[in-house]
Design a protein around this ligand. Sequence first.
Ligand SMILES: [Zn+2]
Length: 287
Amino acid sequence: MSRATQALLGAYYHGTAPYRAWWNRRAAAAGRAPVMILFYHRVADERPNDWTCPREVFARQMRWIKSRFDVVSLAEAQRRLREGNSRGCVTVTFDDGYGDNVDFALPLLVELEIPCTYFVSTHFVRHGVPFPHDVRLGTPSRPNTMDELRHWSARGIEIGAHTRTHPDIGKITDRTRLHDEIVVAGEELQQSLGKPVRYFAFPFGLPANLRPEAFEIAYDAGYDGVCSAYGGYNRPGDDPFHLQRIHADPEMLRLKNWLTVDPRKLGVPRYRYAAATTPAPEPQTTS
Ligand SMILES: [Zn+2]
């Protein structure tokens, strides 16, 4: 971030602080405090790219989040969406499955008792090959191994599915392929971990990378929820099956700006998909 941008954002952040504090107090009193879900990719100091967060920044962000919010699991986030939320809460998630995360990020999360759902793409884990998006940029990194996932799963990190091959789901029209990337990916993980895999995260996660049929397939397969990644706050009363996530910006000021509720970002429209999760009407009984 340039100095000028930093100064402008700083002025905006501090200038709107009283409004944010008022908004957050009012939302909390009404049981409608936001449920905020962050996504990270890779925490490391070597081979930085746009989806790498330096170790020191990650540690600072985790400590700040813990001091300001309830840090909760995805299941607790969903409970609050259903039943109401009287305190701003944050959930930490990771996407892809970068090997570097076992050196610093995951041990720190366990040490600080911060729940985390860690989404992995099974093809890369099983075959130990780097992600194509990193190869293209000349910054290939090793993915996690299944042994690492088992190790951290046993220490409380929840493992979630992030497809098999990390495709753009928005472009896949073939239902068999969708089933393979969404359902089979989860089954493979479940078998290897010996634990249920309850959540699925869309690769890329922007509205163009989502698909209504994919939500239906995930719902029918028994996933508890699916995550997008285009930003946006979740509020009690929103559909708890679709969890909107916010990019965990390595710039501390941008992260603080999001998590203290930026009024400009309250208007991010939720992706609309077929009402897979709408409960069927109560059957009419005649007595
Ligand atoms: Zn991804």
